[in-house]
Design a protein around this ligand. Structure first.
Ligand code: PEP
Length: 273
């Protein structure tokens, strides 16, 4: 039985005082209320220390929003997996569409040249995954997702398969069952336009079957696949009840304690608690 995992991606939101206040509110709603569900928040790097302090004694986990594949050195502005662990993280998001330079809501001042240099591509996601697994102690959440034009061209499945295969290139079979993927259609991120639950379930199944083709059925059965993209309290139950959707990666709605707690409460495991 795969355990549901609900992650809050705060993106570039929140000063330390905001992070402290949000965690206080979240704990008031979630402490003692997360049985059967893994819950975590991913604040900006600058708020990790505050978040770690405020999460002491809570079952809510802490994650980074990105990392770099080198352990240390002349890599200005980068954060290594061991730095994330040192900051109290036990999770890390890899290959989110925004650092890949793929945005659901167009950013008119980001020219093609700027987008091309935004950061991540399939090869860097693969290097980052290898570095995270080598470091140990961090649960990677690997994001894959198609843009609107890729979907409209009928390329959703091939994009998802390509990104999934590229992320896993050279990853040892024993590491795979514990991995978490997030299917995040780029066109649904931050747009309020959620992917229809049946279709989200189908594409999460594409991630799973791609893992199966590479590593076999038991690995495919074991990996968890979240859905992300405009998950809200009112659509969470429909999404989370689907057989291939093992959780949610939540952006905007994770910034409000009540909304995020309602999404956690919608997890099927919570329905019977
Ligand atoms: C995300 O950033 O991972 C995300 C899914 O954002 P939102 O929930 O705001 O669409």
């Amino acid at each position: 039985m795969r355990k549901t995992i609900i992650a809050g991606n705060w993106k570039m939101n929140g000063l330390r005082a905001d992070a402290a206040a949000l965690i206080t509110d979240l704990r008031a709603k979630l402490d003692g209320n997360t049985d059967g569900v893994e819950v975590l928040v991913c604040p900006p790097f600058t708020a990790l220390a505050t978040a770690e302090e405020r999460l002491k004694g809570s079952a809510i986990g802490l994650g980074g929003q990105n990392t770099f594949w080198k352990e240390k050195g002349a890599y200005t502005g980068q954060i290594s997996p061991s730095m994330l662990k040192d900051a109290g993280c036990t999770y890390v998001i890899l290959g989110h569409s925004e650092p890949r330079g793929r945005f659901g809501v167009p950013e008119p001042d980001f020219t093609p040249e700027i987008l091309a240099h935004f950061g991540d591509c399939d090869a860097t996601v693969n290097r980052k995954l290898k570095a995270v697994l080598a470091a140990g102690g961090l649960q990677p959440i690997i994001c894959v997702g198609e843009t609107l034009s890729e979907r409209q061209a009928g390329n959703t499945d091939s994009v998802i398969q390509t990104q999934t295969r590229a992320a896993l290139d050279g990853i040892a079979p024993e590491s795979v069952p514990a991995l978490v993927f997030a299917y995040e259609p780029v066109w649904a991120i931050g747009t309020g336009e959620v992917c229809e639950a049946g279709e989200a379930d189908r594409v999460c199944g594409v991630v799973r079957s791609t893992v199966g083709e590479l590593y076999g059925e038991s690995a495919a059965d074991a990996v968890r696949v979240q859905y992300g993209g405009s998950v809200k309290a009112d659509n969470a139950l429909d999404l989370l009840s689907r057989p291939n959707i093992d959780g949610a990666l939540v952006g905007g709605a994770s910034l409000k304690a009540g909304d995020f707690a309602a999404i956690v409460a919608a997890a099927p495991e919570r329905q019977s608690v």
